[in-house]
Design a protein around this ligand. Structure first.
Ligand code: ADP
Ligand code: MG
Length: 323
């Protein structure tokens, strides 16, 4: 049995002496961000993400879009914790110093940084196969972070918008399908310019009981909430928000995109039922897709209440779905 990505992290890194709790560390490995204690009543939220050519994006990727996407993906982890954005660092490995490429990449980065309210504060530049590591920093009032733990039986399971669109765009991104359909542009924008739900994350502070951002697919990511919160999550197929663009582009694969497609970078969270109406009335794009139940794991049920089984559960860099 190959070593899965999360088992690998658990065995070699989370179990290491240097990863054990310490004064000043409010939350370590295992959530969307780590939390460090600051003076006063605040905590610092930190998260790092790497994008590698040929794994996360194709070699010919448009550098402007890549700059946008790299920062959007990273900032999404701040949104998942309810943190207010502060700054980010950029460690970039480049095969060559191509001025045109760099100019476009920096513009893309700038564009997303302005949208997120993040400042570039440092980084590292080296030569090698193209890879990008962005570390984002945000701040939170102490004790108010949204973590993956905390969902209660009876809570509603919610998402921050229509699911699966980035996954439906993937065949277009990879050039497997001509990007000339009426929906291609909108879907490609969802892939290349994921808009981290930073404002929604902050609005959910003190309201949502658990949250994360969907990076590996709804099913796989809800599995993290279920595990960390020690509850079961039931997703109702008929309540999955599927856009017209998704249905028309993905056809029979629309449900698979919505349940198992990564890259949406929308928030998934649990809400006590009484919190829903005020948030929706305030205009937040919240869709209820299921609820937290007694038990464990994530179950999808169809409109007859029968279990719906999807063969592909979500993306892992090592382990079952890859090998
Ligand atoms: P996300 O999808 O939110 O970026 P991941 O699924 O990549 O989070 O990672 C899960 C958790 O494991 C996070 O808390 C992350 O910080 C931690 N993690 C991942 N890789 C390592 C590593 N090599 N060393 C220590 N912690 C790690
Ligand atoms: Mg995350």
């Amino acid at each position: 049995m190959p070593l899965g990505e999360f088992e690998l992290i658990r065995r070699y890194f989370a179990a290491a002496s240097c990863a054990q709790g310490a004064a000043g560390v409010a939350l370590g490995i295992g959530d969307d961000c780590a939390l460090l204690e600051l003076a006063g009543d605040e905590q610092l939220a930190v998260s790092t993400d790497t994008l590698v050519v040929g794994v996360h994006f194709p070699e010919q990727a448009d550098p402007f879009l890549l700059g946008q996407r790299a920062l959007g993906v990273s900032a999404s982890d701040l949104a998942a914790m309810g943190a207010a954005p502060l700054g980010f660092t950029l460690a970039i490995t480049l095969p060559a110093a191509d001025a045109d490429w760099l100019e476009a990449f920096a513009r893309g980065l700038d564009c997303m940084a302005a949208r997120c309210g993040l400042r570039l504060i440092g980084g590292d530049t080296t030569r090698g196969p193209l890879s990008l590591t962005l570390t984002v920093f945000g701040r939170l009032p102490r004790g108010q972070a949204l973590t993956r733990a905390g969902a209660q039986v009876g809570d509603l399971l919610c998402v921050g918008g229509a699911l699966g669109e980035a996954a439906a765009a993937l065949p277009l991104v990879l050039g497997q399908v001509a990007a000339d359909g009426v929906h291609a542009e909108a879907l490609l924008a969802r892939y290349w310019s994921p808009m981290p739900q930073l404002d929604l994350g902050q609005a959910l502070r003190g309201r949502a009981t658990a949250a994360l951002d969907i990076s590996d697919g709804l099913l796989a990511d809800c599995g993290h909430i279920a595990q960390a919160s020690a509850v079961g999550l039931r997703i109702e197929l008929e309540h999955l928000p599927l856009s017209v663009a998704l249905r028309e582009q993905a056809g029979a694969k629309a449900l698979t995109c919505a349940l198992a497609g990564g890259d949406d970078y929308l928030l998934a969270f649990t809400l006590p039922p009484a919190e829903l109406a005020p948030l929706q009335q305030a205009g937040w794009p919240i869709q209820v897709v299921g609820q937290a139940v007694a038990g464990s794991g994530v179950q999808v049920i169809d409109c007859n209440g029968a279990p719906f089984v999807l063969s592909h559960g979500g993306y892992q860099h090592f382990g079952p779905s890859r090998d």
